[in-house]
Design a protein around this ligand. Structure first.
Ligand code: DCP
Ligand code: MG
Ligand code: MG
Length: 554
C-alpha cells in the first residue's frame, strides 16, 4: 500500500490523494553529450569520468555497456563505443537548469518542486490537479503505463490528471531542451520515484497503491530505493548486517517497533528510522521540499599526486572556471547573489580522508554585474573573476604548504559561500578587496603571513561549522575586509588610485556602464554621453551602493 499518512495532503485537497510527479532524465550525461555534439547521433556513446563509464546511451546499453562499467571492460565488450569526456560537469548543470526552467514555465507559481541530483525532479502537483479538476470535472483517460491495484474512482481520476500533466511536461521539456525523461506518478514521493524506473526510456508510469505493488516493485530492491536511504546508511547497514541487501530483508530484520534498533544500526535518529521502516511497507508521508538556492557553490577534484606548482595552478584554474561558470548559471535560476567568502579545500596525500578548509574573502570581481550570461562584457568579467580566484586560492595554498616542497595534494577544491542578496553586505569598492590580481592585498597574502587572510595551518578556534560540515572562519576575513587598498573598475579594469575620490569612481562606473568603458578617471563627464542628474546623484551616493544600483537597473 503505497500511500501517505493522514493529514499530509495540501490544504485545498485534504480528502483527495496527493498527486506527486517524479521525473528522471534518460541517460542524462549521454543525452546531453549527444545533443551538444550531433556527430554522435545514432552511435553508442559512453560518458567517462576517471576510469569509469558513468553512463551510456540506450544504444550502448543494448550492446552491453552498463552504467558504471570500467572503461576497459566497456571498450572490450563494445569496440565501436564512442567515449566522451564527462569530467567537466558544466554542460550537465546547464542542461539541468534548462529542464528545470522549462518545467517551471508550465507549472503554477509556488508549486513545490524538489531537485535530487542533477537529473531528478519531484513535483507536488496536488493543487494543480485540483484546479484542473475544477475546470474539467471528467478525468482524462490514463496516459502511459499503469501498475498497481485500482482503489477507487476518485483516486484513479486524480492519478489520471497527474499523468496527463506529466505527459504535457515531458513533451514541453523535449520541445525546449531536446532531452527526454521518464515520469512516475503516485500518491507519495516513494511511489512516484519507484514508478519512474519501471518503463524506460522516454516513458511514464502511474502507480496505483496496493500491497501487491509493494511486493513486486519495492520489496526486491536495494534499500537505497527508499528516498532518504543514502549511501552512508547503506554503508553502515552493510557493516553491521551484510546479510540485508533488499527492502524485504530490511523489513523482516526490523519489524514495526524495532525503530530504536535500526536507528542504532544506521546511526540515525529514531524518527528517521521510523520513516524508513514505514517506507519499507510502502508508506511515505514525506513532503516535496522546494529547493532553495545552494548555500555553497563549489568545484573540487581528487587526484593521485598533484606535486608541482604548475600542475596545482592548472588544477586550480580548471576548478575556478567551473565554479564561476556555475555561479553565472545560478543567476538565471536563483537571481543575483553575492558570495562573500571563497572557501579553499585541500588534502595532502597520505594525511587521511579529512580535508582542510580555509576561508578568505571572495574577490569582488566575482560579484561584478557584468558577470552574467548575455552581458556584452561577460568575457572580460569572467576572465578577471577566474584570474582573481586563482590568485587568491594559490595564496591560500602558499600559506598552507605549497611554498614548502615536497608536497602532494590528493584533493583540491574551491567554493563560493556566505551569499547575500544585496551587495550592501559586501565591502565597499574603495575600502576592500581589489579587482586587480597584483593588488596590495594579493601581495600581502603571499608575502606577509601575519596579515594574510589565510595563514593558519591548524583549525581556528572560532571556526564555525556550517550544516554541510564545512567551516567558515569569520576572523580570517577581517584583515581582507578592512584593508585600505586601491581597487579597479569591474567593467574595464582601470585602476583607481588611493587618492581617487568616491565621486570620481562613481562617475567612471556610470560612464563605463553606459557602454563607454575607456573613460579616464580625471576626464570630465561629456554632456552628450550621460545625463547630468546622474552626476548629481553620484555626489551623495557611496561607492558601496554601486552593485545595488545595478541590480535595481536590471
Ligand atoms: N552519475 C554519475 N555517477 C554515478 C551515478 C550517476 O556521474 N555514480 C551521473 C551520470 C548520469 C546522471 O548522473 O547520467 C544521472 O544518473 P542516473 O542514475 O539517472 O542515470 P542516467 O540518467 O544516466 O540513466 P537512466 O536513463 O537510467 O536514468
Ligand atoms: Mg536518469
Ligand atoms: Mg537519476
Amino acid at each position: 500500500m503505497f500511500g501517505r499518512a493522514e493529514g499530509c495532503a495540501s490544504s485545498s485537497s485534504r480528502h483527495t490523494p496527493r498527486v506527486i510527479l517524479a521525473f528522471d532524465l534518460d541517460c542524462f550525461y549521454a543525452s546531453v553529450s549527444v545533443r551538444n555534439d550531433p556527430s554522435l547521433t545514432g552511435l553508442p556513446v559512453g560518458v567517462v569520468q576517471k576510469h569509469l563509464v558513468v553512463t551510456s546511451n540506450y544504444m550502448a546499453r543494448g550492446l552491453g555497456v552498463a552504467k558504471m562499467s570500467p572503461v576497459k571492460d566497456a571498450v572490450a565488450g563494445c569496440p565501436q563505443l564512442r567515449l566522451v569526456d564527462g569530467s567537466d560537469l558544466a554542460p550537465f548543470r546547464r542542461a539541468a537548469s534548462e529542464v528545470r526552467s522549462a518545467i517551471r514555465q508550465r507549472m503554477p507559481a509556488g508549486t513545490p518542486m524538489e531537485y535530487l541530483g542533477l537529473d531528478e525532479i519531484f513535483i507536488d502537483a496536488t493543487d494543480a490537479v485540483a484546479e484542473i479538476a475544477l475546470l474539467a470535472p471528467k478525468p482524462p483517460p490514463l496516459q502511459g503505463n499503469m501498475q498497481g491495484d485500482v482503489q477507487d474512482a476518485a483516486h484513479l481520476g486524480a492519478m489520471a490528471r497527474g499523468a496527463a500533466l506529466a505527459a504535457e511536461l515531458r513533451a514541453h521539456v523535449v520541445k525546449e531542451t531536446n532531452l527526454t525523461m521518464c515520469a512516475g506518478i503516485g500518491d507519495s514521493k516513494l511511489a512516484a520515484k519507484i514508478a519512474t524506473g519501471i518503463h524506460k526510456p522516454d516513458s511514464q508510469t502511474t502507480f496505483i497503491s496496493g500491497p501487491k505493488a509493494v511486493e513486486q516493485f519495492l520489496a526486491p530492491k536495494s534499500p537505497r530505493a527508499i528516498p532518504g536511504f543514502g549511501r552512508g546508511y547503506l554503508k553502515r547497514l552493510n557493516e553491521c548486517r551484510p546479510d540485508i541487501t533488499t527492502v524485504r530483508g530490511l523489513r523482516e530484520a526490523f519489524p514495526p517497533g524495532a525503530e530504536a534498533a535500526l536507528a542504532d544500526a544506521l546511526g540515525s535518529s529514531e524518527s528517521v528510522a521510523e520513516h524508513l521502516l514505514l517506507a519499507c511497507q510502502g508508506i511515505d508521508s514525506s513532503a516535496v521540499v522546494p529547493a532553495g538556492p545552494p548555500k555553497i557553490v563549489s568545484s573540487e577534484d581528487s587526484m593521485r599526486f598533484c606535486k608541482t606548482r604548475g600542475v596545482v595552478r592548472e588544477k586550480v584554474l580548471a576548478l575556478s572556471r567551473e565554479m564561476i561558470g556555475r555561479l553565472v548559471d545560478g543567476v538565471d535560476e536563483h537571481g543575483p547573489r553575492h558570495p562573500g567568502t571563497l572557501q579553499v579545500k585541500f588534502r595532502f596525500t597520505g594525511t587521511g580522508y579529512q580535508p582542510t578548509f580555509r576561508s578568505v574573502s571572495m574577490p569582488l570581481s566575482v560579484s561584478a554585474p557584468t558577470l552574467r550570461n548575455g552581458n556584452p562584457h561577460f568575457s572580460a568579467a569572467y576572465d578577471r573573476a577566474v584570474s582573481d580566484v586563482v590568485k587568491r586560492t594559490l595564496a591560500v595554498l602558499d600559506d598552507n604548504g605549497l611554498q614548502a616542497p615536497p608536497f602532494a595534494f590528493s584533493l583540491l577544491g574551491v567554493g563560493a559561500t556566505n551569499f547575500s542578496r544585496s551587495s550592501t553586505a559586501r565591502p565597499s569598492l574603495s575600502s576592500s578587496a581589489p579587482f586587480r590580481g597584483d593588488s596590495v592585498l594579493e601581495k600581502r597574502q603571499v608575502e606577509d603571513p601575519t596579515t594574510s587572510c589565510a595563514r593558519s595551518q591548524s583549525p581556528r578556534k572560532n571556526e564555525k561549522n556550517v550544516p554541510n560540515g564545512d567551516s567558515v572562519s569569520k576572523r580570517s576575513l577581517e584583515p581582507c575586509m578592512g584593508s585600505d587598498v586601491p581597487a579597479s573598475c569591474p567593467v574595464c579594469g582601470k585602476a583607481f588610485s588611493n587618492a581617487t575620490a568616491n565621486i570620481e569612481i562613481n562617475r567612471h562606473l556610470d560612464y563605463c556602464l553606459s557602454g563607454q568603458p575607456s573613460m579616464g578617471l580625471s576626464t570630465r563627464f561629456p554632456k552628450k554621453l550621460g545625463p547630468r542628474k546622474n552626476l548629481t546623484k553620484a555626489k551623495t551616493r557611496h561607492v558601496g551602493s554601486f552593485f545595488t544600483k545595478q541590480e535595481q537597473r536590471r
